[in-house]
Every structure is written in structure tokens, then in C-alpha cells.
Design a protein around this ligand. Structure first.
Ligand code: ATP
Ligand code: MG
Length: 414
């Protein structure tokens, strides 16, 4: 992609009412556009980042047997009344049509998937199943001040599992937990599986996956030695205590953001919709349901919050919109243009995504500033000077100093 043709430009200032660092940087760098508090459009660079996150999540969900669907987001009110959510869940948007019908938009989709599963699952032979989607969710959130970390519209991966027995569910739950940790790891974030109360449906613990960041809205306690971690809201432990789990580490306190959670829903929704199946003994039984959420857009915001520096965004390799930012500082100089074009073709030919800053009449300083703001992991600079030396200037976004490399060395590195 050539930056001279990129639809967006960087800008000095973010909107005045934008207080969150993630949104300020993403708006200034041209990843997103703010429509109102809690609602953002994703522009070419932003969409590429989302797609990378989504693909990692998709791969890991497919690997544990998840089947992808795309459920409707515009829903009739009836199933939501049937489960009680219409009156009890305060974030549910309620829409009146001109024909005086009531609708809602998906804020989670148990109300949609359970009736679908009821249609296709008749016998124990049809279980287990795990159905997921990656799509938009809508919530009437009171506070939407955390940029893309808390939207009134946002992207979520939501998976719903149906099992015969609690033992089967527990087995899948453990597998899903590992898949979640792998996803965060691949995205380049350290997430802790936090034990939280299971809510109103079950006695069992649920897991919230937390990434440490001061921009987070949750407070957690965690062991500095083992993997033990709990939400402050539910626990009697205190900062500085010796860890009750390993007996070695000390309990520390931190701000964190919830980037996913997995939940045992028991038989709540199956009962609401009269969903039963024929078990092995030929008797009617109720399936055990679980839900598994990941905040896709929140993850993007958390990555910005957790990794950005003074100069701008720092993307992890796996989610960056491009792998290499190739800056031509001598646009118009025949040698520089040709060398840039050759390297661009060579890298893209190897399947490496390159953003090439080929803008004429933009000063070198501005190109460097923009590159730091946009946050692509590897920067390669070509200018009359580098050509005279027969080398390329290379810098990782996180390095302080650039290095001069021969082409071979550069290609090996990338
Ligand atoms: P929170 O406590 O942060 O409001 P939640 O408990 O309501 O989250 P779920 O309903 O389980 O979250 O949604 C699954 C995941 O979707 C969350 O773990 C989070 O990563 C993400 N998420 C939830 N609400 C929002 C939101 N308003 N904007 C962006 N992402 C969200
Ligand atoms: Mg919420």
C-alpha cells in the first residue's frame, strides 16, 4: 500500500472530548473515526488491525471445534422477554418500529442461539456443539469514556457451547480456557485468568481474562509468583498478603481490563426456551450451556494502551496493519524511487505487508513522526544518503537507534 494513496492522513489533535489515550492515538493516526461517545468507524488501517485480531481468534476457536456462524443482530423483543432480559438487563436497547413492534439489537446472543440450537439438536448424538460468531454488539452503556475499550457498539467474539453433562462441559471449559490464553499470547498481550463469581446462573466460578493496564476499569489482585489472580470485588484477600495458592508469592494489586470471559450458564436458557434432547437412556434431558466472549475491539484498544510510548502506537507484530513501514525520504530522485520500488516489490512478493511512504513534499521529520505515531513494527528508510552507502537504514519501532544494513541482512531480519 502506498501512503500517497491511503484514504486517511495523520492529524495533530484528537477531538477535544476524547479523553482515552487509545482513542486519541487511533484517531490521530487515522485508524478510527469518532461518531459519538462509544461509537467509532474503523478506517482502512483500523480495519486491518481488527481483521488480524479476528483471524487469530477465529483460528483458535476453529482449532477447538467451534463452528462459525453469523447471527442476526436485529432481534424481535419476544425471546428477550422470555428470558427476562428485556426488563432486567439495563444495557438492552429497546427500539419501537413505526408499526408499533418492539425490537432490540444484540448485546449478547443467548436469546438467538438457544432457539436455533433447539431446532438442530434432538438427540445426544447431536452433542456436543460449540457455535461462535464474530460480530457487532450494541449496549446502552452509561459510561463510554474509555475510547474503543467501552463502546455502545463494539465487536465481540461470542461462542455458545451445548453439552450433555457437567463433566463434558468442564472438559470443554478447560480446553477453551487454554485457547483463550493462547489467543492473548499470540496477540502479544499478557492476560491473567481471573477467578470471578459465576453470577446468577451457577455456583461455579467463571473466568475473566485480564490484561494489566492503568486504563482498565477493573481492580485485580494477583500473585507475583504463580498464576493466581482474583477480582478485588469478590475476595477477602489484601495487597501484600502471602499467596494462599502457592504459599510463596506476594499478592499485588493492579488496574486491568477484561478482554474476555467464559461462563457456565447451566440450564437457564435451555429451560427458558423448552430446549431438551433425548439422552442415551432414551429420556428427555436438558443440555448444559456455556458462553465464551472476547472483546475484539477492546483488545485493540488495550494493545494500544498497554504498549504505546511517548511517540505513538506500538503494535505487536501479529496485529499490526503492516509489518514494514518503508520510508522514501528522497521522493523524486530517480535512484531513491527505483530502490524503494524494488524493495517494496521484493518484500510484498514474499508476502510481507508493506506501507510505503512515497509522499512527495513531506519533510523527513514529518515522515518519521508519522511512522512513530502509526506504530508499524519495522521501519526501513531509503534516501540519497543510504543509496550512496549502498545500505538501508533499519529500525524496529521499539529500538532507540537505527542501524545501517546491507540488503541481505535486512531481508534476513524481516
Ligand atoms: P464489562 O464488565 O467490561 O462491562 P461484561 O462483563 O459486560 O464486561 P461480557 O458481556 O461478558 O462482558 O462481554 C464479553 C467481552 O466483551 C468482555 O470480556 C469485554 O472484553 C467485551 N466487552 C463488554 N462490553 C464491552 C463494551 N461496552 N465495549 C467493548 N467491549 C466490551
Ligand atoms: Mg458490561
Amino acid at each position: 500500500m502506498f501512503q500517497s494513496q491511503l484514504f486517511t492522513k495523520t492529524r495533530r489533535e484528537a477531538p477535544k472530548d476524547e479523553v482515552a489515550k487509545n482513542a486519541q492515538l487511533l484517531i490521530r493516526a487515522g485508524y478510527i473515526h469518532k461518531e459519538m461517545a462509544g461509537s467509532y468507524s474503523y478506517l482502512p488501517l483500523g480495519r486491518r488491525v481488527l481483521e488480524n485480531i479476528e483471524n487469530i481468534v477465529r483460528e483458535e476457536m476453529n482449532a477447538i471445534g467451534g463452528q462459525e456462524v453469523r447471527m442476526a443482530t436485529l432481534h424481535p423483543a419476544e425471546p428477550w422477554k422470555q428470558t427476562g432480559a428485556w426488563d432486567k438487563v439495563d444495557v438492552v436497547f429497546k427500539i419501537n418500529s413505526r408499526t408499533e413492534k418492539e425490537y432490540t439489537v444484540g448485546q449478547s446472543e443467548e436469546e438467538i442461539i438457544t432457539p436455533i440450537a433447539k431446532e438442530y439438536v434432538q438427540s445426544y448424538k447431536d452433542l456436543p456443539v460449540a457455535i461462535y460468531q464474530i460480530g457487532q454488539k450494541y449496549r446502552d452503556e452509561l459510561r463510554a469514556k474509555s475510547g474503543i475499550m467501552r463502546g455502545r457498539e463494539f465487536t465481540m467474539k461470542d461462542m455458545y457451547s451445548f453439552d450433555e453433562t457437567h463433566e463434558d462441559f468442564d472438559r470443554f471449559y478447560a480446553i477453551a480456557k487454554e485457547a483463550y490464553l493462547k489467543i492473548y499470547d499470540r496477540i502479544g498481550l499478557v492476560a491473567k485468568a481471573t477467578e470471578a463469581s459465576g453470577g446468577s446462573f451457577t455456583e461455579k466460578l467463571s473466568y475473566e481474562f485480564m490484561v494489566l493496564t492503568d486504563a482498565g476499569e477493573d481492580d485485580i489482585l494477583y500473585c507475583d509468583d504463580c498464576s493466581y489472580c482474583v477480582n478485588v470485588e469478590i475476595t477477602k484477600e489484601n495487597e501484600g498478603d502471602v499467596c494462599t495458592r502457592c504459599g510463596k508469592g506476594k499478592i499485588a494489586r493492579a488496574k486491568a481490563s477484561e478482554v474476555g470471559n467464559i461462563f457456565d450458564l447451566g440450564t437457564k436458557y435451555a429451560r427458558d426456551f423448552g430446549f431438551t434432547y433425548m439422552d442415551k437412556a432414551g429420556k428427555e434431558a436438558t443440555p448444559i450451556m456455556g458462553c465464551f466472549g472476547i472483546g475484539i475491539t477492546r483488545l485493540m484498544g488495550v494493545a494500544v494502551e498497554a504498549l504505546a510510548d511517548q511517540k505513538g502506537i506500538v503494535w505487536p507484530e501479529t496485529v499490526a496493519p503492516f509489518r514494514v513501514h518503508l520510508l522514501n525520504l528522497s521522493v523524486g530522485d530517480e535512484d531513491a524511487d527505483q530502490t524503494t520500488r524494488m524493495l517494496y516489490d521484493e518484500l510484498t512478493g514474499k508476502g510481507i505487508a508493506v506501507l510505503c511512504d512515497d509522499r512527495a513534499f513531506v519533510r523527513a521529520g514529518e515522515k518519521f513522526t508519522d511512522s512513530d505515531l502509526i506504530g508499524i513494527p519495522h521501519r526501513v528508510v531509503i534516501s540519497k544518503k543510504t543509496i550512496t552507502e549502498g545500505k538501508y537504514e533499519y529500525k524496529k519501532r521499539t529500538d532507540t537507534d537505527a542501524r545501517m544494513l546491507y540488503k541481505e541482512e535486512l531481508l534476513n531480519l524481516l
